[in-house]
Design a protein. Sequence first.
Length: 283
Amino acid sequence: MTTLEDYGKFETAWCPGCGNFGILNALKQALVACDLAPHQILLVSGIGQAAKAPHYLRANVFNGLHGRSLPAALGAKLANPELTVIAESGDGCLYGEGGNHFLAALRRNLDLTILAHDNRVYGLTKGQASPTSQQGMVTKTQPHGAFAAPFNPVAVAVTMGASFVARGYAGRPEQLAGLIAEAIKHRGTALVDILQPCVSFNKLNTYQWYKEHCYDLAAEHDPTDQAAAWRLALEFGQRIPLGIIYKTTQPLFEEQFATLKKGPLARQEVPPAELQQIIQHYS
């Protein structure tokens, strides 16, 4: 039986009060709830304060380039579908530099989980506006306020028919742990967009701000109703819904590869003669 202690305790480089702490604790609780041992997990991240999260628990970890966590996560899942693969990074990394990879992942629907630490600012590089920054937000590089409308990842995911779309909040770790656990159990690409206060560089979207604006989805909400989910996804302002917005069943991308029917690539042997032919072909 897996325990929280199995995932260890590590010194972090985050600011006191950072929302990343709540997300890290929620992730640990979710992994324990799913009874997943550290060796069964691969955490893939890019660059940023959120991308450091996998460093602070005991598991398999791959750090990619900024915005490139998802290609590595997809490749790992195809090579070994037995792994539970979780791509975990920030809003700038996943929705900015990695925006095209984010869209491709939703289209393909591999069995993996995407955890987006959405603090609506670039925290590691000291406070520039990110793709999800509130319009008008003043930063060091946007002294007159951010002009662009914020990217809405939940609305985009629902519109594209992603098979699992949820929104959580770092200030409610127990609820968030439940959402992450549901995302991990889901067969398909599961997005959990996690609202996360940045106490150092985002003075607009504070813990108090989220407390005043967030609410839990009603029990009667049907997450299989895409039209209803889309209306909820667009609701981001005075009221922000938390919970499973949309959920559906789709064929898995990895199940369409005949080679994988023989088992994970990681466990398949390549005949030496065939390997030699491949090497000669490219030499």
